[in-house]
Design a protein around this ligand. Structure first.
Ligand code: KG4
Ligand code: ZN
Length: 335
């Protein structure tokens, strides 16, 4: 039959994004309007500001995505939208836009979990085959998830405090770097000595797949503070390298443990921190030694985008799993 055309919409945080996906796999367009410049002056995302910007942007971004794909609203098979987790005011804008389109065109509405979207960015990167373990690392999430088959998810572990990306952003801020700090620390770390300053690793209880980054964040802040008080100048590259080594060490070793516990052969990484070069290198190295495969989405699909939302909706579309027009937005939402 005719190949599906799914419009994806993502407004859970500070990017307004719309994408058109053909046949569940082919990205015809993926428009991302980032608010990062607006939030930078506040050092982080301001929810109220984000919501208002989404209201201004969403119709423009949807139209751009359709135009770039060369399709009209009337050609769509379904509309998929992120309905949680995230900033509820921001989510509501996308959910309302999705509902309006579904209602106007009498097409199915599919609500997508933001984390499922991040995981499915790997599907666009060249087909991911469950069973697998997904490491989801972003500004809001740090989770290890077992995916026995398409559309099924089980949590193996999660952060008990800060997300990995959040730790990057907070440490960057205390070093006087701008928001978002992850990419800047990643770059600095490449020039530093990871053994010059050794920061703690939070392994938690024996065998635990949970994470904790707030102790590490405090350790970095204390180190910076103490050096300043003694009038000592630390090399920012060494601080970045030491911090990154600690984050990467814990992320990689817990992922290896998750692979051993579940007995799978495939790992996919997702979320903004999946762009981290240190993480990519170390996990590839360990995967080669342990004998499992590891996939990362292309850099452009690691951070928030609507193509991944449409991709996660495709298996639901194929199975006829739709939402009603009373779909709501949720700040927290089980996977
Ligand atoms: O997935 P994402 O766009 O938004 C959330 O859903 O949170 O992730 C954004 C996060 C930010 O914390 C940012 O600092 C981090 O991803 N990030 C990185 C890198 N690129 C983005 N962290 C470490 N290294 C990077 N190269
Ligand atoms: Zn995200």
């Amino acid at each position: 039959g005719k190949e599906s055309l799914i419009l994806g919409i993502e407004t859970s945080c500070d990017e307004t994004s719309a994408a058109v996906l053909r046949g569940g796999r082919e990205v015809l367009s993926n428009i991302i309007s980032s608010q990062v410049e607006i939030h930078r002056q506040f050092g982080g995302v301001v929810p109220e500001v984000a919501s208002r910007r989404h209201v201004e942007n969403v119709a423009v971004v949807v139209n751009e995505a359709l135009a770039k794909a060369g399709v009209g609203l009337g050609d769509l098979s379904a509309v998929a939208v992120t309905y949680g987790p995230g900033l509820v005011g921001a989510l509501l804008v996308g959910v309302t836009a999705g509902k309006a389109i579904a209602y106007a065109k009498s097409i199915p509405l599919i609500g997508v979990h933001h984390i499922a979207g991040h995981i499915y960015a790997n599907f666009l990167a060249g087909g991911m085959e469950p069973p697998l373990v997904a490491l989801v690392v972003s500004g809001g999430h740090t989770e290890l998830i077992f995916m026995p088959e398409h559309g099924k998810f089980q949590f193996l572990g999660r952060t008990r405090d800060d997300a990995a990306g959040e730790a990057y952003d907070k440490v960057a801020r205390s070093m006087g770097l701008s928001y978002p700090g992850g990419p800047l620390i990643d770059k600095l770390a490449a020039e530093g000595d990871p053994e010059a300053i050794v920061f703690p690793r939070a392994w938690l209880e024996e065998g635990s797949l949970d994470f904790s980054f707030s102790g590490l964040k405090s350790a970095v802040l204390n180190t910076l503070h103490n050096a300043e008080q003694r009038g000592r100048k630390l090399n920012p590259s060494d601080v970045a390298a030491g911090f990154q080594a600690s984050v990467v060490d814990v992320l990689v070793e817990k992922t290896v443990l998750a692979v051993q516990k579940t007995g799978v052969n495939n790992v996919v990484v997702a979320g903004g921190v999946a762009a981290n070069r240190g993480l990519r290198a170390r996990l590839r190295e360990r995967a080669a030694v342990e004998g499992f495969s590891v996939m990362f989405p292309p850099m452009s699909l690691c951070t928030d985008n609507a193509a991944m939302i449409a991709a996660a909706a495709h298996p639901l579309y194929a199975r006829g799993l739709f939402h009603n027009l009373d779909l709501n937005a949720y700040a927290s939402l089980p996977l």
